[in-house]
Design a protein around this ligand. Structure first.
Ligand SMILES: [Zn+2]
Length: 310
């Protein structure tokens, strides 16, 4: 593969709400960026078509690789999107489809693992050997870094903190369990619980902004941050992390999220200190940056020390 100075990669972050894509050079500079809503209601094949069209629209002669990150379960070795509850697809050979479309190497990865890679390479967790990166968006999942290595687990399911039970007899989760963290603290759960409490159909930032004047918004937000704090108690006991990073779209809420989560974690721990909890500087961009890093790694680049994420 040519290492021409003008070489570019395409990064695609397929989410349950939006398909975000960008073209980046090997210094991490973005030259083009697009965002389309994910046509989930039109069925899985419409989403696949939208992903392929988005990538083709960004392709050019300078393209050397592409990285695509998707939610749900991913077979990284074959580049197959195995299953996603949010999108409804099963066993989609994304890597083969996009390689045929673009004519360059393509990497497919789990969105949270890619976001965690960005966090460890470019963000707060750079150089930290033991940490937990909690990615809080439409759903919640995490990346566990232990002894300097991202953990995949026995069947690629390490880090599924969204399905830690935080309230044993709590609300039923879409996964079939009860009282899962994700049922209380994901952006989707916050919207759903606010509506169920009699509030309107509002997005998460609006609910956060309303909590001083609307007791329902305040209650839902307290439940979310308390649930996150409880989950981090379990994570702290299991992992003894040097750092916990809160990433994903909800991290954009800032100290409104960070302060109550730190407090919930700190007050629940009695005999050991809490690990530092920090906000990701990448927030909702982490997945896309992770996809770009994976694309560059797939053509042999390993030094990202000059990338800035300001
Ligand atoms: Zn669950």
């Amino acid at each position: 593969v040519s290492a021409a100075a003008e070489a570019r990669v395409i990064a695609v972050d397929v989410g349950g709400t939006a398909i975000k894509a960008a073209v980046l050079d090997d210094g991490g500079r973005t030259s083009r960026r697009v965002e389309h809503s994910t046509p989930v209601s039109e069925g899985p094949s419409a989403v696949i078509d939208a992903v392929r069209q988005t990538a083709r629209d960004l392709a050019g002669p300078e393209l050397v690789a592409a990285g695509v990150v998707v939610p749900g379960s991913v077979d990284v070795a074959t580049g197959t999107a195995r299953y996603s509850a949010n999108i409804g697809w099963r066993d989609v050979p994304l890597r083969d489809l996009l390689t045929a479309d673009l004519g360059v190497p393509v990497t497919v990865e789990h969105d949270v693992r890619a976001a965690g890679l960005a966090e460890c390479t470019l963000g707060r967790a750079r150089g930290v050997s033991n940490c937990l990166i909690a990615v809080i968006g439409t759903g919640i999942a995490g990346l566990v870094v232990a002894g300097g290595a991202a953990q995949r687990g026995a069947v690629d399911m390490a880090g599924e903190i969204g399905h830690l039970p935080v309230y044993p007899d709590g609300e039923t989760c879409a996964c079939g369990q009860r009282g899962c963290l994700e049922t209380y603290a994901s952006a989707a759960a916050i919207r759903r619980r606010y509506r169920a409490a009699g509030g309107g159909a509002m997005d998460t930032p609006a609910i956060v902004a309303a909590r001083d004047s609307d007791p329902r918004a305040d209650r839902v937000w307290r439940d979310a941050t308390e649930a996150l704090g409880l989950a981090l108690v379990s994570a702290t006991m299991l992992l003894d992390p040097a750092l916990v990073v809160l990433a994903g779209g909800l991290a954009a809420a800032g100290t409104v999220l960070l302060d109550p989560v730190r407090e919930a974690l700190g007050t629940r721990l009695a005999w050991r200190s809490a690990p530092p909890v920090e906000l990701s500087p990448l927030a909702a961009r982490a997945g896309l940056l992770g996809a770009a890093l994976l694309a560059w790694r797939c053509v042999g680049r390993t030094d990202f020390s000059t990338w800035t994420v300001a």
